[in-house]
Design a protein around this ligand. Structure first.
Ligand code: MLT
Ligand code: ZN
Length: 460
């Protein structure tokens, strides 16, 4: 059965590269969640839009499920292939296709790593400002499919804000050209935005036109030590009131301990419960405003220490304390919550969330960090070595249900930036109403009537 289907795919796309080696199936069938056992039918590595179209037409005719695949750095199981799907890896479609200096746009194939797109923008004297720690291995297509956020959202917004145009292969095999890089276009439904964050459930993104902007000014990086959770949002207000921020990230001492154990350097002689890393323009006005904000926080007991990087190397060291967290926790197979509320709702939500998790997780180590300036918290629960993964996950899912109820009351989201995938599908109701979910199902049915596009992710 399997061979016959692959033989018909080979006949439909004779030049298509297909991998069926068990090591490849294992490699391309998983993302960073490591929770599902990869079991794809095969891996297709198209080299052109026409090959993607041929794959999709074949899949639609044969009723084979497709899993679009970028760098598989996702944290929600969106790129997992555990049920005999054909993985469509965009890895070979990784080129810069063009730069337009008038529109200030860069057109790329979807499989290009984020970092290479950033570098291509820089080579033109501009920047593509979406940025986060997985920049070297995630792909533009993956960042579009999850509407990725990251460490500069407080200044530049999410991926959605930077996509001028998209080329998407939908289940019929047709190519939709969406947005066309027009600045103004009031011509009905903007299908481009439907595809952003759709996690490959509506089509396969094959090309993107990225909006670029002026390069960032030289920046200063500052690390603050805070005495408690309550201080966090007050420190944010004190800084944001006084100066434009490029980043405002927080982490706890527990997170810091893991990063230090992974080789980073301790920033202070003493231990503090919370830390903030913030970045701002290295000009006189911003530096004076940041110092004034810091002094105000010290005087009010909201900050207990602080350091400003004096060189690029020191700035990189401070950033490593924040950006190294995910990697330092990976060996604990953490259960990840990635939640958001409006920034204004954060103090009240934080107080309740803290009390809830302290009560429900007495037995597990809980690591808090994230993009607090965007109202986005990452809560990683670490699996004790001796615990069986299934029982650990079941325990975490019980608590996530309670967290989802809390989020619903505070008008928040169960996924700020990682996507829903398989991991958060059971909790979509806390962020989306029944009517919204019904509309989403209707859109899915209209664009993908046979349900071949990443089925089981986001929606059932
Ligand atoms: C990060 O911001 O470092 C990641 O999105 C969070 C995570 O690994 O949970
Ligand atoms: Zn994040």
């Amino acid at each position: 059965m399997t061979d016959a289907r692959l033989a018909s795919l080979r006949a439909a796309a004779p030049a298509l590269r297909l991998l069926t080696d068990p090591a490849d199936l294992a490699h391309y069938g998983r993302d960073w969640t490591r929770r599902w056992t990869p079991a794809p039918l095969a891996i297709a590595q198209p080299a052109s839009v026409e090959q993607v179209q041929a794959i999709v037409r074949w899949a639609n005719a044969e009723g084979v499920a497709l899993v679009p695949s970028g760098g598989r750095t996702g944290l929600s199981g969106g790129a997992v292939a555990a049920s005999g799907e054909l993985v469509v890896s965009l890895e070979r479609m990784n080129q810069v296709l063009g730069f337009d200096p008038v529109d200030r746009t860069l057109t790329v194939q979807a499989g290009i790593p984020l970092q290479l797109a950033q570098e291509a923008a820089r080579a033109q004297g501009l920047q593509y400002p979406v940025d986060f720690a997985a920049r070297g291995s995630c792909t533009i297509g993956g960042t579009i499919s999850t509407n990725a956020g990251g460490i500069r959202v407080v200044r530049y917004g999410n991926t959605r804000d930077w996509i001028a145009g998209l080329k998407v292969v939908v289940a019929s095999g047709e190519v939709l050209e969406l947005g066309r890089a027009l600045v103004k276009n009031s011509s009905g439904y903007d299908l481009r935005h439907l595809m952003i964050g759709a996690e490959g459930t509506l089509g396969i993104v094959v090309e993107a036109t990225l909006r670029l902007t002026d390069p960032p000014p030289p920046t200063r990086v500052m690390l603050l030590a805070l005495p408690g959770f309550d201080a966090l949002m007050q420190v944010f207000s004190a800084f944001r009131h006084r100066l434009p921020l490029q980043a405002f990230e927080f982490f706890t001492d527990v997170a810091l301990r893991h990063v230090l154990a992974h080789g980073a350097q301790a920033p202070f002689d003493t231990v503090h419960p919370f830390y903030v890393v913030t970045e701002f323009a290295a000009d006189e006005a911003s530096e004076a405003a940041a110092l004034a904000a810091f002094e105000q926080c010290l005087a009010q007991g909201l900050a207990s220490d602080g350091v400003i990087a004096g060189s690029q190397a020191q700035a990189a060291q401070l950033w490593r304390l924040r950006e190294g967290i995910t990697e330092s926790l990976a060996k604990y197979l953490p259960y990840k919550n990635d939640v958001s509320v409006r920034v204004a709702a954060m103090p009240a939500f934080l107080a309740e969330a803290q009390a809830l998790l302290a009560r429900e997780y007495p037995q597990f180590e809980v690591v808090w960090f994230g993009h607090i300036g965007d109202g986005n918290l990452h809560i990683n629960i670490l699996k004790p070595e001796a615990a069986a993964q299934a029982e650990f996950v079941a325990d975490c899912e019980r608590v996530t249900r309670l967290l989802a109820e809390l989020l619903q009351r505070h008008g928040g989201s169960i996924s700020a930036e990682h996507g829903i995938g398989l991991v958060k599908k059971p909790y979509l109701w806390c962020t989306r109403s029944a009517a919204e979910i019904a509309a989403m199902r209707g859109i899915k049915a209209a664009l993908d009537p046979k349900g071949i596009m990443n089925p089981g992710k986001l929606l059932d």
